[in-house]
Design a protein around this ligand. Sequence first.
Ligand SMILES: N[C@@H](CCC(=O)N[C@@H](CS)C(=O)NCC(=O)O)C(=O)O
Length: 367
Amino acid sequence: MTDLDNSLPIVLYHYYYSPYAQRVVWYLNLRGIPYSQCLQPPIMPRPDLARLGVNHRRIPILSIGRDVYLDTRLIIDKLEQATDLPCARGPLGSPAGGGGGGKASSPEHRALEQLLRIFVVDGGVFARAAQLIPHDLPLMRDRRFVRDRNAFFPGGVAPRELQPEALTEVQAAMRLLESTLLSDGRAWLLGGGGGGGGGGAEEEAEGPSLADLEAVWPLVWLTTLPGALPADRVSAAQYPRVWAWMDRFKAAVKRAAPGGKPPTIKGEQAAEAVVNSPFREASGAIDGDDATVRADGLAKGQVVTVWPLDSGSSGRDVGRLVSIDEREVVIEVDVPGSSSGASVRVHAPRRGFRVRPHVAEPAAANL
Ligand SMILES: N[C@@H](CCC(=O)N[C@@H](CS)C(=O)NCC(=O)O)C(=O)O
């Protein structure tokens, strides 16, 4: 586990209508962690990230000092594990995975937290929710946006012919919560402060845990897209407990962050803050027993390419290998055009990402 220097700037690169970014914003708000935001265009290119030498194309990205974290799963894990964050409230999750003092107090709770994440991200709840984006939204009428997203989603963005079955999958996810964890009237998925829970103001006041955050975000997102959910089939009438839980969650986030929005900084300012900061984490080691390290003979300092496998695979980062273990891979990436040879460290989770020795593009043939 690594310590976090209070003075290090925390910058969230995102855009407002990214549901993945929303999940991190809610996390930061629930913990009362101060940060700045650097707002990005919803489509490529993103010069603010290119300025740091980062090619990863998915949003959000979080920097803490000179360390840049890709993927919300790693971002949230890192924030959970940090022991000395300048924060108002402690970790939301399991003490084993977090820095202690988290809310998931039993092995079952810790398992649920992880399984809900896997269910929603890898199990396809979010992917199905994304297929329900209504075609009459202003953004969906923007040809540049649709072209960009058709390249991002292998089957095209919100294919009309898949929307009926996507709705069924989203209903199944809601039914699961309605008929299991929420069925006894509890306020939060894990109950109150670790107990079973039967509702009540005290339990509600304890606030949501990481398990709630892991499950709630694509569902709340869908409720904000007019026309995504047909009210006669997916509403508070059919899923009253899920709706009440979503409302409680939104109210808890609002209570936790009454001050509204964080400061917004421009890309130049963000890059300056990142590049002029120290590294947040000490340089880690190469796990010689790791299967990929063995298969490819990876060594510290070797130039490697890192990219996500599930979506946005075109955004590949190239850098010198700093560390790799079963949880994350860290590479040091040169900041383009830096006269002082500045670099940032890019962290990616191992799950859902590939690491390979870098193969230089062949030079253009002289015709
Ligand atoms: N597994 C990634 C997924 C992130 C993701 O797909 N984000 C969407 C925005 S909600 C995205 O990057 N879309 C393409 C883009 O903005 O260029 C994570 O957890 O961060």
